[in-house]
Design a protein around this ligand. Structure first.
Ligand code: NAD
Length: 345
Protein backbone atom coordinates (compact mmCIF):
# COMPACT_ATOMS: atom_id res chain seq x y z
CA UNK A 1 0.00 0.00 0.00
CA UNK A 2 2.77 2.43 0.71
CA UNK A 3 6.50 2.70 0.40
CA UNK A 4 6.79 3.13 4.15
CA UNK A 5 4.81 -0.04 4.80
CA UNK A 6 6.71 -2.00 2.14
CA UNK A 7 10.06 -0.91 3.48
CA UNK A 8 9.35 -1.27 7.19
CA UNK A 9 6.35 -3.64 7.45
CA UNK A 10 4.96 -1.11 9.96
CA UNK A 11 1.21 -0.66 10.28
CA UNK A 12 -0.13 2.75 9.34
CA UNK A 13 -3.22 4.43 10.76
CA UNK A 14 -5.27 7.24 9.20
CA UNK A 15 -7.11 9.61 11.52
CA UNK A 16 -10.67 10.35 10.47
CA UNK A 17 -10.52 13.55 12.54
CA UNK A 18 -7.85 15.36 10.56
CA UNK A 19 -6.83 12.76 7.96
CA UNK A 20 -3.25 12.54 9.17
CA UNK A 21 -1.47 9.25 8.49
CA UNK A 22 0.52 7.96 11.43
CA UNK A 23 3.04 5.19 11.97
CA UNK A 24 2.85 3.98 15.58
CA UNK A 25 6.17 2.17 15.43
CA UNK A 26 8.07 5.21 14.12
CA UNK A 27 5.95 7.50 16.30
CA UNK A 28 5.65 9.99 13.44
CA UNK A 29 3.43 11.24 10.64
CA UNK A 30 3.93 9.63 7.25
CA UNK A 31 3.10 11.14 3.91
CA UNK A 32 4.50 9.95 0.63
CA UNK A 33 3.54 9.72 -3.00
CA UNK A 34 1.99 6.26 -2.80
CA UNK A 35 -0.18 7.30 0.12
CA UNK A 36 -1.76 10.19 -1.73
CA UNK A 37 -4.45 7.96 -3.24
CA UNK A 38 -5.41 6.70 0.22
CA UNK A 39 -5.48 10.27 1.44
CA UNK A 40 -7.63 11.29 -1.56
CA UNK A 41 -10.13 8.51 -0.92
CA UNK A 42 -10.56 9.51 2.72
CA UNK A 43 -10.72 13.20 1.82
CA UNK A 44 -13.52 12.46 -0.63
CA UNK A 45 -15.35 10.37 1.94
CA UNK A 46 -15.06 13.01 4.65
CA UNK A 47 -15.50 16.27 2.72
CA UNK A 48 -17.05 15.16 -0.57
CA UNK A 49 -14.29 16.93 -2.51
CA UNK A 50 -10.68 16.47 -3.46
CA UNK A 51 -8.42 19.47 -2.89
CA UNK A 52 -7.91 21.29 -6.19
CA UNK A 53 -4.20 20.82 -6.04
CA UNK A 54 -2.70 18.21 -3.84
CA UNK A 55 0.98 17.57 -4.51
CA UNK A 56 0.25 14.75 -6.92
CA UNK A 57 -3.49 14.26 -6.49
CA UNK A 58 -5.95 14.64 -9.32
CA UNK A 59 -7.11 18.16 -10.05
CA UNK A 60 -10.72 19.00 -9.24
CA UNK A 61 -13.06 21.08 -7.14
CA UNK A 62 -14.54 24.53 -7.71
CA UNK A 63 -12.47 27.39 -9.15
CA UNK A 64 -11.70 30.54 -7.17
CA UNK A 65 -11.89 34.02 -8.65
CA UNK A 66 -8.56 35.61 -9.56
CA UNK A 67 -9.82 39.03 -8.47
CA UNK A 68 -8.05 40.72 -5.53
CA UNK A 69 -9.65 43.28 -3.25
CA UNK A 70 -8.66 45.57 -0.37
CA UNK A 71 -10.84 46.71 2.51
CA UNK A 72 -10.89 50.37 3.58
CA UNK A 73 -8.03 51.20 5.96
CA UNK A 74 -10.44 52.05 8.82
CA UNK A 75 -11.90 48.52 8.68
CA UNK A 76 -8.43 47.02 8.57
CA UNK A 77 -7.37 49.08 11.61
CA UNK A 78 -10.35 47.79 13.60
CA UNK A 79 -9.41 44.20 12.74
CA UNK A 80 -5.77 44.90 13.66
CA UNK A 81 -6.98 45.79 17.16
CA UNK A 82 -8.85 42.50 17.43
CA UNK A 83 -5.87 40.46 16.30
CA UNK A 84 -3.53 42.38 18.62
CA UNK A 85 -5.75 41.39 21.54
CA UNK A 86 -5.71 37.74 20.46
CA UNK A 87 -1.91 37.90 20.18
CA UNK A 88 -1.62 39.32 23.71
CA UNK A 89 -3.68 36.38 24.96
CA UNK A 90 -1.96 33.74 22.82
CA UNK A 91 0.54 31.32 24.33
CA UNK A 92 1.10 29.15 21.25
CA UNK A 93 0.78 30.93 17.94
CA UNK A 94 1.48 29.83 14.39
CA UNK A 95 2.10 32.09 11.39
CA UNK A 96 1.44 30.39 8.06
CA UNK A 97 2.91 32.20 5.05
CA UNK A 98 2.52 31.92 1.30
CA UNK A 99 3.80 33.53 -1.87
CA UNK A 100 1.69 36.68 -1.24
CA UNK A 101 4.11 37.95 1.41
CA UNK A 102 6.91 38.06 -1.18
CA UNK A 103 5.12 39.80 -4.08
CA UNK A 104 6.29 43.19 -2.75
CA UNK A 105 9.84 41.80 -2.95
CA UNK A 106 9.24 41.42 -6.72
CA UNK A 107 8.80 37.65 -6.59
CA UNK A 108 5.52 36.75 -8.32
CA UNK A 109 3.01 34.44 -6.65
CA UNK A 110 1.26 31.64 -8.56
CA UNK A 111 -2.45 32.48 -8.47
CA UNK A 112 -2.68 36.26 -8.05
CA UNK A 113 -3.64 38.40 -11.10
CA UNK A 114 0.06 38.79 -11.98
CA UNK A 115 0.95 35.29 -10.79
CA UNK A 116 3.02 32.76 -12.69
CA UNK A 117 0.12 30.42 -13.43
CA UNK A 118 -2.51 33.14 -14.00
CA UNK A 119 -0.33 34.72 -16.67
CA UNK A 120 0.75 31.37 -18.11
CA UNK A 121 -2.90 30.56 -18.82
CA UNK A 122 -2.96 33.72 -20.95
CA UNK A 123 0.28 32.77 -22.71
CA UNK A 124 2.23 35.42 -20.75
CA UNK A 125 5.21 35.21 -18.43
CA UNK A 126 5.37 36.68 -14.93
CA UNK A 127 8.22 39.03 -14.17
CA UNK A 128 10.58 38.17 -11.35
CA UNK A 129 13.92 39.27 -10.06
CA UNK A 130 16.58 36.66 -9.23
CA UNK A 131 16.03 35.23 -5.77
CA UNK A 132 19.51 36.34 -4.64
CA UNK A 133 18.49 39.94 -5.32
CA UNK A 134 15.33 39.82 -3.20
CA UNK A 135 15.22 41.38 0.26
CA UNK A 136 12.80 40.49 3.06
CA UNK A 137 9.66 42.64 3.05
CA UNK A 138 8.20 44.68 5.95
CA UNK A 139 5.97 41.64 6.59
CA UNK A 140 8.98 39.30 6.91
CA UNK A 141 10.65 41.76 9.30
CA UNK A 142 7.47 42.16 11.36
CA UNK A 143 7.46 38.37 11.77
CA UNK A 144 11.05 38.57 13.08
CA UNK A 145 9.91 41.20 15.58
CA UNK A 146 6.92 39.11 16.67
CA UNK A 147 9.12 36.03 17.11
CA UNK A 148 11.48 38.00 19.36
CA UNK A 149 8.49 39.34 21.28
CA UNK A 150 7.05 35.85 21.89
CA UNK A 151 10.45 34.52 22.97
CA UNK A 152 10.99 37.41 25.37
CA UNK A 153 7.60 36.65 26.95
CA UNK A 154 8.25 32.87 27.19
CA UNK A 155 5.53 32.16 24.64
CA UNK A 156 5.79 30.09 21.46
CA UNK A 157 5.52 31.39 17.93
CA UNK A 158 6.24 29.01 15.08
CA UNK A 159 6.45 29.88 11.37
CA UNK A 160 5.16 27.53 8.68
CA UNK A 161 5.96 28.62 5.16
CA UNK A 162 5.18 27.30 1.73
CA UNK A 163 7.67 29.73 0.22
CA UNK A 164 10.85 28.54 -1.39
CA UNK A 165 12.39 32.00 -1.74
CA UNK A 166 14.39 31.67 1.49
CA UNK A 167 13.38 35.16 2.64
CA UNK A 168 12.36 34.05 6.13
CA UNK A 169 15.84 32.69 6.85
CA UNK A 170 17.39 35.73 5.16
CA UNK A 171 15.35 37.95 7.47
CA UNK A 172 17.37 36.51 10.35
CA UNK A 173 15.04 34.01 12.04
CA UNK A 174 16.57 30.84 13.40
CA UNK A 175 16.07 27.57 11.58
CA UNK A 176 14.32 25.92 14.51
CA UNK A 177 11.57 28.56 14.38
CA UNK A 178 10.32 27.52 10.94
CA UNK A 179 9.07 24.63 8.81
CA UNK A 180 9.79 25.34 5.16
CA UNK A 181 7.31 22.79 3.85
CA UNK A 182 8.19 23.14 0.17
CA UNK A 183 11.94 23.61 0.62
CA UNK A 184 14.28 26.56 0.24
CA UNK A 185 16.05 27.52 -2.98
CA UNK A 186 19.20 28.38 -1.04
CA UNK A 187 19.39 25.05 0.76
CA UNK A 188 20.91 21.84 -0.57
CA UNK A 189 20.94 18.56 1.24
CA UNK A 190 22.74 15.24 1.25
CA UNK A 191 20.29 12.34 1.01
CA UNK A 192 22.95 9.98 2.42
CA UNK A 193 24.24 11.74 5.55
CA UNK A 194 21.44 14.37 5.86
CA UNK A 195 23.93 17.26 6.04
CA UNK A 196 22.39 20.57 4.95
CA UNK A 197 24.18 23.43 3.24
CA UNK A 198 22.73 26.92 3.18
CA UNK A 199 24.08 28.84 0.19
CA UNK A 200 24.26 32.49 -0.71
CA UNK A 201 23.16 31.56 -4.25
CA UNK A 202 20.17 29.74 -5.74
CA UNK A 203 21.22 26.13 -5.14
CA UNK A 204 18.43 24.75 -7.35
CA UNK A 205 19.59 26.55 -10.46
CA UNK A 206 21.37 23.60 -12.06
CA UNK A 207 19.09 20.80 -10.90
CA UNK A 208 16.64 19.23 -13.31
CA UNK A 209 19.49 18.59 -15.73
CA UNK A 210 20.73 15.03 -16.16
CA UNK A 211 17.52 13.56 -14.73
CA UNK A 212 17.58 10.78 -17.30
CA UNK A 213 20.74 9.31 -15.87
CA UNK A 214 20.25 9.85 -12.16
CA UNK A 215 18.78 6.63 -10.80
CA UNK A 216 19.00 7.82 -7.20
CA UNK A 217 16.60 10.69 -7.89
CA UNK A 218 14.30 8.69 -10.14
CA UNK A 219 13.89 6.06 -7.43
CA UNK A 220 12.69 8.70 -5.02
CA UNK A 221 10.88 11.39 -7.02
CA UNK A 222 8.45 11.03 -9.94
CA UNK A 223 10.10 12.98 -12.74
CA UNK A 224 12.73 15.35 -11.54
CA UNK A 225 16.47 15.19 -10.91
CA UNK A 226 17.47 17.14 -7.81
CA UNK A 227 21.24 16.85 -8.30
CA UNK A 228 22.86 20.27 -7.98
CA UNK A 229 26.22 19.20 -9.49
CA UNK A 230 27.92 19.77 -6.13
CA UNK A 231 29.11 17.17 -3.65
CA UNK A 232 28.70 16.76 0.09
CA UNK A 233 31.76 16.45 2.35
CA UNK A 234 30.84 12.73 2.61
CA UNK A 235 31.31 12.41 -1.16
CA UNK A 236 27.66 11.97 -2.18
CA UNK A 237 25.82 14.14 -4.71
CA UNK A 238 24.03 17.11 -3.16
CA UNK A 239 20.32 17.61 -3.92
CA UNK A 240 18.27 20.79 -3.98
CA UNK A 241 15.58 20.94 -1.30
CA UNK A 242 12.64 22.05 -3.47
CA UNK A 243 9.49 19.91 -3.30
CA UNK A 244 7.77 19.36 -6.63
CA UNK A 245 4.21 18.14 -7.11
CA UNK A 246 4.00 14.47 -6.28
CA UNK A 247 6.96 14.48 -3.91
CA UNK A 248 7.06 13.82 -0.18
CA UNK A 249 7.20 16.85 2.05
CA UNK A 250 10.26 16.91 4.32
CA UNK A 251 9.14 14.66 7.17
CA UNK A 252 10.67 16.61 10.07
CA UNK A 253 9.32 19.94 8.81
CA UNK A 254 5.84 18.46 8.27
CA UNK A 255 5.76 16.76 11.66
CA UNK A 256 6.81 19.99 13.41
CA UNK A 257 4.24 22.01 11.42
CA UNK A 258 1.43 19.61 12.35
CA UNK A 259 2.51 19.54 16.00
CA UNK A 260 2.64 23.33 16.33
CA UNK A 261 -0.61 23.91 14.39
CA UNK A 262 -2.41 21.30 16.49
CA UNK A 263 -1.21 22.91 19.74
CA UNK A 264 -1.80 26.51 18.65
CA UNK A 265 -4.46 28.78 20.10
CA UNK A 266 -4.02 31.18 17.17
CA UNK A 267 -3.08 30.70 13.51
CA UNK A 268 -2.36 33.74 11.33
CA UNK A 269 -2.38 33.06 7.58
CA UNK A 270 -0.50 35.64 5.51
CA UNK A 271 -0.56 35.82 1.71
CA UNK A 272 -1.73 32.36 0.73
CA UNK A 273 -4.59 31.13 -1.43
CA UNK A 274 -4.60 28.00 0.78
CA UNK A 275 -4.93 25.67 -2.18
CA UNK A 276 -1.93 23.39 -1.77
CA UNK A 277 -2.42 20.34 0.45
CA UNK A 278 -1.30 19.13 2.87
CA UNK A 279 0.19 22.51 3.80
CA UNK A 280 -3.21 24.22 3.63
CA UNK A 281 -4.57 21.90 6.31
CA UNK A 282 -2.56 23.55 9.09
CA UNK A 283 -5.21 26.21 9.94
CA UNK A 284 -7.85 23.47 10.38
CA UNK A 285 -5.60 21.78 12.91
CA UNK A 286 -5.60 24.96 15.00
CA UNK A 287 -9.40 25.15 14.66
CA UNK A 288 -9.64 21.53 15.85
CA UNK A 289 -7.69 22.67 18.92
CA UNK A 290 -10.39 25.34 19.50
CA UNK A 291 -7.88 27.95 18.38
CA UNK A 292 -8.67 31.03 16.31
CA UNK A 293 -7.75 31.49 12.65
CA UNK A 294 -7.05 34.88 11.06
CA UNK A 295 -6.52 35.11 7.27
CA UNK A 296 -4.89 38.11 5.56
CA UNK A 297 -5.05 37.68 1.80
CA UNK A 298 -6.09 39.76 -1.20
CA UNK A 299 -8.00 36.95 -2.94
CA UNK A 300 -10.71 34.83 -1.40
CA UNK A 301 -9.73 31.40 -0.11
CA UNK A 302 -11.76 28.22 0.43
CA UNK A 303 -11.08 28.57 4.18
CA UNK A 304 -12.59 32.07 4.52
CA UNK A 305 -15.88 30.79 5.96
CA UNK A 306 -14.05 28.88 8.66
CA UNK A 307 -11.86 31.81 9.72
CA UNK A 308 -12.55 33.91 12.83
CA UNK A 309 -11.08 37.07 11.33
CA UNK A 310 -10.75 37.76 7.62
CA UNK A 311 -8.78 40.71 6.27
CA UNK A 312 -8.61 41.68 2.62
CA UNK A 313 -5.44 43.74 2.75
CA UNK A 314 -1.76 43.79 1.88
CA UNK A 315 0.40 41.82 4.30
CA UNK A 316 3.09 44.56 4.58
CA UNK A 317 0.57 47.20 5.55
CA UNK A 318 -1.34 44.88 7.86
CA UNK A 319 1.71 43.61 9.74
CA UNK A 320 3.15 47.13 10.07
CA UNK A 321 -0.13 48.35 11.62
CA UNK A 322 -0.20 45.29 13.86
CA UNK A 323 3.30 45.94 15.20
CA UNK A 324 2.36 49.59 15.86
CA UNK A 325 -0.75 48.47 17.74
CA UNK A 326 1.30 46.01 19.82
CA UNK A 327 4.04 48.59 20.41
CA UNK A 328 6.69 46.25 18.99
CA UNK A 329 9.70 47.75 17.20
CA UNK A 330 10.48 46.09 13.87
CA UNK A 331 14.22 45.58 13.25
CA UNK A 332 15.78 46.74 9.99
CA UNK A 333 16.87 43.98 7.62
CA UNK A 334 20.54 43.14 8.11
CA UNK A 335 22.06 40.52 5.81
CA UNK A 336 24.77 39.91 8.44
CA UNK A 337 22.25 37.98 10.53
CA UNK A 338 21.80 35.51 7.68
CA UNK A 339 25.54 35.11 7.33
CA UNK A 340 25.73 34.22 11.04
CA UNK A 341 23.99 30.90 10.27
CA UNK A 342 26.66 28.28 11.02
CA UNK A 343 25.64 26.08 8.08
CA UNK A 344 26.10 28.78 5.46
CA UNK A 345 28.83 27.89 2.95
P1 NAD B 1 -0.65 31.43 -4.39
O1 NAD B 1 -0.04 32.09 -5.56
O2 NAD B 1 -1.59 30.33 -4.60
O3 NAD B 1 -1.43 32.53 -3.51
C1 NAD B 1 -0.85 33.74 -3.15
C2 NAD B 1 -1.95 34.59 -2.58
O4 NAD B 1 -1.39 35.77 -2.05
C3 NAD B 1 -2.98 35.02 -3.64
O5 NAD B 1 -4.26 34.62 -3.22
C4 NAD B 1 -2.84 36.54 -3.70
O6 NAD B 1 -4.08 37.19 -3.86
C5 NAD B 1 -2.24 36.85 -2.36
N1 NAD B 1 -1.38 38.04 -2.35
C6 NAD B 1 -0.50 38.46 -3.26
N2 NAD B 1 0.16 39.56 -2.83
C7 NAD B 1 -0.38 39.84 -1.62
C8 NAD B 1 -0.11 40.86 -0.66
N3 NAD B 1 0.82 41.81 -0.87
N4 NAD B 1 -0.84 40.86 0.48
C9 NAD B 1 -1.80 39.93 0.70
N5 NAD B 1 -2.08 38.93 -0.16
C10 NAD B 1 -1.35 38.89 -1.31
O7 NAD B 1 0.57 31.04 -3.41
P2 NAD B 1 0.52 30.04 -2.18
O8 NAD B 1 -0.79 29.99 -1.53
O9 NAD B 1 1.72 30.35 -1.38
O10 NAD B 1 0.68 28.68 -2.96
C11 NAD B 1 1.61 27.87 -2.58
C12 NAD B 1 2.60 27.48 -3.69
O11 NAD B 1 3.21 28.55 -4.36
C13 NAD B 1 3.67 26.79 -2.96
O12 NAD B 1 3.92 25.57 -3.56
C14 NAD B 1 4.88 27.71 -3.06
O13 NAD B 1 6.04 26.96 -2.98
C15 NAD B 1 4.66 28.36 -4.36
N6 NAD B 1 5.26 29.68 -4.61
C16 NAD B 1 6.22 30.23 -3.77
C17 NAD B 1 6.76 31.46 -4.08
C18 NAD B 1 7.80 32.05 -3.17
O14 NAD B 1 8.57 31.30 -2.56
N7 NAD B 1 7.86 33.38 -3.04
C19 NAD B 1 6.34 32.15 -5.22
C20 NAD B 1 5.37 31.55 -6.05
C21 NAD B 1 4.85 30.31 -5.73
Amino acid sequence: MSKHNTQTQHCLAISLADLNIWCYQCDSYVLNYELQNVYKTFHLAKFGTVPGENLGLAQGGPKRSVEEKEEPEADIKAKVKTLAEWIRQSKNCVIFTGAGISTSASIPDFRGPQGVWTLKEKGLQAESIRLEQAAPTPCHMAIVALLNHFKANNKTLYIISQNIDGLHLRSGISRNSISELHGNSFKEICWDCSKEYLRTFDAAERSGLGGKNCEVCLKRVPKFCHCTSRKCSCGSELKDSIIHFGENLPQDALTAAIKHSSNADLCIVLGSSLTVAPANEMPSKTKNNNGKVCIVNLQTTFYDDKSDLRIFGKTDMFMTLLMEELGITVPAFDLNNFFMDPSIQ
